[in-house]
Design a protein around this ligand. Sequence first.
Ligand code: DGY
Length: 321
Amino acid sequence: MKPTIVAYKTLPADVSAYLREHADVVEVDADQPGALAAALRDADGAIGASVKIAPAMLDGSRVKALSTISVGYDNFDVADLTRRGIVLAHTPDVLTESTADTVFSLILASARRVVELAEWVKAGHWKASIGPAQFGVDVQGKTLGIVGLGRIGGAVARRAALGFNMRVLYTNRSPNADAERLYGARRVELDELLATSDFVCLQVPLTDATRHLIGAAELRKMKRDAILINASRGATVDEPALIDALRDGTIRGAGLDVFETEPLPADSPLLAMPNVVALPHIGSATHETRHAMARCAAENLIAALDGTLTRNVVNREVLAR
Ligand code: DGY
């Protein structure tokens, strides 16, 4: 008998067809209150993204596997899933390069004031040759501090070192030998990274340990000319503290793809700041990459339900049981 799976995100047609070959698929509009929890009660697995899966939603269900179409898995209580014996799969690797491109877009756009000045042109302000009031700062040759040098951080380091001749500093739980050898990256303490980087780029997952990793004290340690880049998760930064730091010139600017509340509320002070580039969480959002992620997540789910999944598993302990 085919397993029943819940799809709580719209999937590309070929990915949907693949899932239907292997399972009975129930499509759910996750915006309808209670609909996802109700569907999970009669399902073996689920696939989707961007929805918090609270432990209570799994009470009384026979769910054996969950597959998120994302590399981040902060929408899940992993310890609870592990206790329940539920496999959680995610989609690393396929999104590494496009997400690193987004990070670099933020670095360039913030440093060269691309968004601000494009709006200035559209508003009809370009009446004479530009002067220092429109100048930005260099990216090439500067120091990039990467907080958390995993897959995406490594791809950012490659762009920085090989493409932009930047000096790369990083913090990470363990040394990244490849980044050190290939890109000359140097592992330092967070304080040194903050004090010496021209761009501080957050690439850590959101966990209890990284929530508000960057607050008022850390922002004060940054150079006044430095730019903060965040395309990881909004809550790694204390957003009110960042707003203060941007207002009072503690740092030069910020390039942000993620926020504590998403979508970013229209009255956020960040939206009124010329020294902020704000994107709508586009990290991996290209047609090619989002398709690859959906395909990867679908294959993860079917393999997990089959008991054959060996990679892309967040809670590997469950496989050992
Ligand atoms: C991810 O894959 O975690 C991206 O941030 C999209 O949510």
